[in-house]
Design a protein around this ligand. Structure first.
Ligand code: PEP
Ligand code: CO
Length: 387
């Protein structure tokens, strides 16, 4: 099922699937199912991303860290999509630029993890939760075993979610639609959903796919997958990114220099972005190919407070500020937009600005902490004010 060019490569961050035969069966089923997205939709998004690369539009990508199957019901999909659309409208109004909205939706069901095990509150050693497409977050050793049938459920939930997104598109121009995106992580899901289009192969699992900080190893299977599909793609850039490596990624993933094809999603951390970003941007600019520079001010700013994984909005705002200033001062490419983990629910997962610690009374995320609506609006208005 996995194509020959992928099979020979190192593939990081895959769960340990105990039942190989059941997994192979699932891959065959996925290969026989229709693609979730169409090539035409992907071309539409690519046009939007080209505008972003040229500085005539902005992009807002956002949603849950780990999307849940239980949220694949029409009402919740509409709520999430409307929320993101509302935030994008705020960005559009504030910056007076069309804004492309991309949800971490309809497939954001797989998570890379820094450790394969964790300890439960009861002191039991458990496999880590790897997203609803793999296992169940409940702290129970059996529910943490990777179940390949969940890949089929992921497909069904993504199909329902995309159907609902499309219904919300009717009559809207492309800069007012919410497109789908997720991290291209699980090969047994992504590979069978790669489909041949008239312009070449595309990832039929989503509109926009990104490669995470933990799987962007040069020569690895994830970059090879990204290289061979025509979708607009993103690569996360963390503090360890060498300028030469970023330029190599740009050559590998966008050899023809198509505006909007490649987005670098910078997640360096508030204290690192000033050091990391300038040489990377300069080296990429020397190679000449256009890149969309997006700021993810979430993933470099994690901290533990009261035993809880959180992020301070103050650090998020600081990273956004530094990111925009660096790009402005280099005058190479405009700041293209934001990549946020957010929810329409009034959660208390991130520390509000000027708050050091708190009771996390409404913490619902099954993975990373998300911005609540008020916090998301604050981050977006900071970004817009700096442009
Ligand atoms: C994520 O976006 O949820 C994620 C895991 O990001 P990164 O690859 O940047 O750590
Ligand atoms: Co996350």
């Amino acid at each position: 099922m996995i194509s020959r060019s992928l099979a020979q490569r190192v593939v990081l961050q895959q769960p340990d699937w105990p039942d190989a035969e059941a997994l192979a069966q699932v891959e065959r089923e996925l290969a026989d199912l229709p693609a979730l997205t169409t090539e035409d939709e992907i071309v539409d998004l690519a046009r939007g991303m080209a505008l972003v690369a040229q500085g005539s539009a902005l992009v807002l990508q956002g949603g849950d860290c780990a999307e849940r199957f239980e949220d694949a019901v029409p009402e919740r999909v509409r709520q999430r999509a409307d929320h993101l659309q509302g935030l994008a409208a705020g960005m559009r109004a504030g910056a007076r630029l069309p804004t492309v909205a991309i949800g971490r939706m309809a497939g954001q069901y797989a998570k890379p993890r820094s450790s394969p095990f964790e300890e439960s509150a009861k002191g039991e050693r458990l496999l880590t939760y790897r997203g609803d497409a793999v296992n169940d977050p409940a702290p129970d050793r059996w529910r943490r075993v990777a179940d390949p049938r969940r890949l089929i459920t992921a497909y069904e939930c993504a199909a329902l979610t995309l159907g609902e997104l499309r219904r919300s598109w009717s009559g809207r121009p492309l800069t007012e639609r919410v497109f789908a995106s997720h991290e291209l992580l699980l090969m047994p899901y992504e590979s069978p959903l790669v489909r041949a289009g008239v312009r070449g192969d595309y990832a039929g699992s989503t509109h926009f796919g990104w490669i995470g900080e933990r799987t962007r190893n040069l020569g690895g299977a994830h970059l090879e997958l990204a290289r061979t599909v025509n979708n607009p793609i993103g690569v996360k850039i963390g503090p360890s990114m060498a300028p030469s490596e970023a330029a190599e990624l740009s050559r590998l993933l966008n050899p023809e220099g198509i505006a909007g094809r490649l987005t670098f999603i910078v997640r360096a951390g508030a204290h690192e972005v000033d050091r990391v970003l300038p040489p990377v941007v300069e080296e990429v600019a020397r190679s000449g190919a256009p890149v969309v520079w997006m700021c993810d001010p979430m993933h470099g700013n994690g901290q533990i407070r009261s035993g809880v994984k959180t992020r301070a909005v103050a650090a998020v705002l600081q990273e956004v500020t530094s990111f925009v200033r660096v790009l402005r001062s280099l005058r190479q490419w405009p700041a293209g937009g934001l990549h946020l983990e957010l929810t329409p629910d009034p959660v208390t997962e991130c520390l509000p600005a000027h708050v050091d610690d708190m009771d996390f009374t409404d913490y619902r995320s099954s993975c990373d902490p998300r911005l609540n609506p008020e916090q998301s609006a604050e981050v977006i208005s900071r970004f817009v004010a700096l442009l």
